[in-house]
Write a protein of this length. Structure first.
Length: 483
């Protein structure tokens, strides 16, 4: 049967894709429907028809899925952020577990019996909202020219006014309103990307989950703000309760780009960073540094990574893609030496200072690409007639996964264990296949939900060198964090 654009069809949603889209079939023809959930019976309108499938828009829910709930955020459908807020949390977790399992089987080509053996249950959150410690809000105007801030409507750059995103801390609302009040008072304009005019582009907020310290950074098309001392006064009045303003920054971004932060950051008031803790280690976090956005779940994630690393105090460890040294420093207490590698110079500066502040002396940090630093180290050691000693390599790459040069070097160096921390299970599966074809086997896989309401899932995986004496993994989290 030939389906046409704008045609309306009724379909039962039988599956969900990796991006949370509902998938249903009508006479063998597949429909992908954003916002439709598995179990829904829906009426959809065809938007983009192809030969065997089509993208369709949800028009009406005829019979809701038993897992559908009333989403607490009014904007969940317009916003690109929370793709699966209408799904009950228990089902979100099942969906994420399945996503990881499917990627390992389909992309990684691992046997499902193996995956069933090695996969441990996903670690869920106790509270699915208000978990983010960082938020970036674009600033613009509404159709009447009023200053607004909020979020971009999914896949667009039009701003929907909302100062209270439910994934962020509730203090963000006070902060955003204080900034808008200050801007209105001094006629400071919002940046307009169409003609690169106007001043304030974004408001970036970071909070210390344990310390309550707050950073506010205004990203500006230019290098100054008028009457900035009054901005500080407004912010100080707005920030209260357990929160404590520590840093007000101006970041200069005059480029015609989608990248939020520019290169130059100036302190308007207070410090250039805030401090927070992971376990008992303090971290100084600057505006530019990567820092895990969900503090509670990060501690659980790292606990698993440390367990998987099997540290006894004697190991030489490499932590690749180390950011500001969070995993490096958490592992250093239980290892002989940990080397950290990271591409962002400012993050390496932070990592070194974090080691010093915590009086941790058995770490070394290198600035550079993991796929260059590790191979260089390996080649130099070999040239000097030494076989480089390494017990554990930890990788925590961005979504695109590890460069093949790096995976090659890992397989040449033959560490006893590789701990792979991944934010994209598709590239994880690809990279695991590469390593498993070169002398490694998967021992454990454990998804951790760092991003409730979204389709994203973090995964920790332990690989062991084949034919290595059995290493005992004692995952202490099992009982504690059942969902
Ligand atoms: N392990 C850290 C950071 C993980 S995020 C933590 O848990 O907080 C991934 C990090 O990899 C980012 O800090 C990013 O700047 C860095 N990165 C990206 N590409 C890289 C590369 N090719 N080599 C080294 N680091 C890289």
């Amino acid at each position: 049967m030939n389906y046409q654009k704008n045609q309306t069809i009724t379909v039962k949603i039988e599956d969900m894709g990796a991006e949370g889209e509902g998938i249903g079939k009508v006479e063998g023809y597949t429909l992908f429907v954003k916002d439709a959930l598995i179990g829904d019976l829906v009426e959809v309108k065809i938007v983009k028809p192809k030969k065997s499938y089509a993208f369709a828009k949800l028009e009406r829910i005829i019979e809701p899925s038993k897992d559908r709930i009333e989403p607490p955020c009014l904007y969940h459908r317009q916003c690109g952020g929370c793709q699966i807020q209408a799904l009950s949390y228990a089902t979100q977790l099942k969906f994420k577990e399945e996503k990881v399992r499917n990627h390992l089987i389909r992309i990684g080509r691992f046997e499902d019996t193996l995956i069933n053996q090695v996969m441990e249950p996903i670690i869920g959150m106790s509270e699915g909202f208000r978990y983010r410690n960082k938020a970036q809000f674009p600033v613009g105007v509404d159709k009447d020219g009023n200053l607004i801030t909020g979020f971009y409507a999914g896949r667009t750059h039009s701003i929907i006014s909302n100062t209270d995103c439910m994934l962020g801390a509730s203090i963000n609302k006070n902060i955003l309103e204080a900034v808008l009040t200050y801007m209105k008072k001094y006629n400071i304009t919002a940046y307009d990307e169409k003609n690169s005019s106007g001043v304030v582009r974004h408001i970036l907020i970071r909070e210390g989950f344990h310390t309550g310290e707050v950073m506010v950074c205004l990203v500006v098309n230019g290098d100054r703000l008028p009457e900035s001392s009054d901005l500080i006064t407004h912010l100080q009045q707005a920030i209260k309760g357990k929160w404590n303003l520590k840093s007000v920054l101006l970041n200069c971004n005059t480029e015609d780009t989608n990248v939020i932060l520019g290169k130059k950051t100036e302190v308007l008031w207070g410090q250039s960073y805030i401090t927070d803790y992971i376990k008992d280690i303090s971290f100084q976090i600057s505006a530019q540094s990567f820092y895990q956005v969900n503090s509670m779940q990060t501690e659980k994630l790292y606990t698993i990574a440390i367990d998987y690393a099997g540290l006894t105090g004697k190991e030489i460890v490499w932590d690749l893609y180390c950011g500001i040294g969070t995993i490096t420093l958490c592992m250093a207490k239980q290892a002989a030496h940990v080397f950290g590698v990271e591409i962002v110079p400012k993050a390496i500066e932070d990592a070194k200072r974090n080691a010093q502040n915590n009086k941790i002396t058995n770490t070394t940090f290198y600035e550079g690409k993991a796929e260059e630093v590790l191979p260089d180290f390996y080649e130099k050691e070999r040239a000097a007639g030494r076989d480089p000693e390494v017990d554990v390599i930890v990788v925590d790459p961005p979504r695109k996964g590890c460069d093949v040069t790096l995976l090659d070097t890992i397989s040449k160096m033959q560490p006893k264990r590789v701990v792979y921390v991944s934010c994209d299970s598709a590239t994880l599966a690809r990279d695991l296949r590469y390593l498993c074809d070169r002398g490694y086997e998967i021992k454990k896989v454990r998804p951790v939900d760092q991003f409730a309401q979204t389709v994203h899932v973090e995964t920790v995986c332990l690989l062991s060198k084949l034919h290595e004496a059995k290493h005992h993994v004692n995952v202490t989290l099992d009982k504690e964090y059942k969902y």
